[in-house]
Design a protein around this ligand. Structure first.
Ligand SMILES: C[S@@+](CC[C@H](N)C(=O)[O-])C[C@H]1O[C@@H](n2cnc3c(N)ncnc32)[C@H](O)[C@@H]1O
Length: 213
């Protein structure tokens, strides 16, 4: 299975931007971490370098082939049932920004795999995304990321993302009406899945920590 928003050749070029340190701060020391939607290991590999043990899950076998130093599992997140729990579970990269039924299927997988004293970290879009249509530019490793044609329609975000990797290549992804999850929806979905908010991590409330209800 492929995620059209995550081309393998692009993801192998992208570097982390502070996420491993954030995760390392929030997840209990010595906890084994289940990373749902690990991609090419952009976050997995720095976490391993920080001394973390990771089980990395993705439904794209080409992504999993790039993972080194972690146990890998080829599976849809929604179908995953490893029969064991983890002190940390990661659901990053705005995978949670989908309508309610799909969101609950993801969160129920988080719930199934979270240990009683474990911490789940979830990354969503900034709830204010798209309200400011000004184009942006930033750099992630060798790649320049330009976001343009930005608009917001109620709880939907539309934007064009250009990934300029110079001689490595150029990729363009159109985000066409992805769901923006507001605070109330997020809290309701957590509770419905048997989870509770521990705290919002950053001022924009993009990241949250959750535990078993
Ligand atoms: C946008 S990439 C991000 C990868 C990594 N989290 C990072 O930050 O670099 C999302 C990854 O999740 C995987 N993915 C998306 N939906 C999935 C699902 N329902 N089950 C398993 N993997 C999924 C894709 O194949 C892709 O590798």
């Amino acid at each position: 299975m492929r995620d059209p928003g995550a081309p393998v050749d692009l993801y192998r070029l992208l570097e982390a931007a502070g996420e491993p340190e954030l995760i390392d701060r929030e997840i209990p020391e010595n906890a084994e971490i289940l990373e749902l939607g690990c991609g090419s290991g952009r976050i997995t590999h720095p976490l391993i370098a920080l001394g973390r043990r990771i089980v990395a899950v993705d439904f794209n076998p080409e992504m999993l082939e790039l993972i080194e130093g972690a146990e890998t599992v080829l599976s849809r997140i929604e179908d995953l049932d490893l029969g064991r729990t983890f002190g940390g579970v990661l659901l990053m990269s705005t995978l949670i920004n989908v309508p309610e039924d799909a969101r609950l299927a993801l969160l129920r997988s988080v719930r199934r795999h979270l240990a009683p004293n474990g911490v789940a970290l979830i990354e969503r879009y900034d709830p204010e995304i798209g309200n400011d249509p000004t184009p942006t530019e930033r750099h992630l490793g060798a790649v320049t990321i330009r976001v343009s044609e930005i608009s917001r329609d109620a709880d939907r975000i539309y934007q064009t993302i250009d990934y300029d990797g110079g001689t490595h290549g150029h990729w363009q992804i159109r985000i066409q009406g992805r769901h923006v999850v507001n605070d109330d929806e997020m809290l309701a979905s957590l509770a419905e899945a048997g989870l509770r908010l521990l705290h919002w991590i950053d001022p924009q409330r993009r990241w949250l920590a959750a535990a078993l209800l």
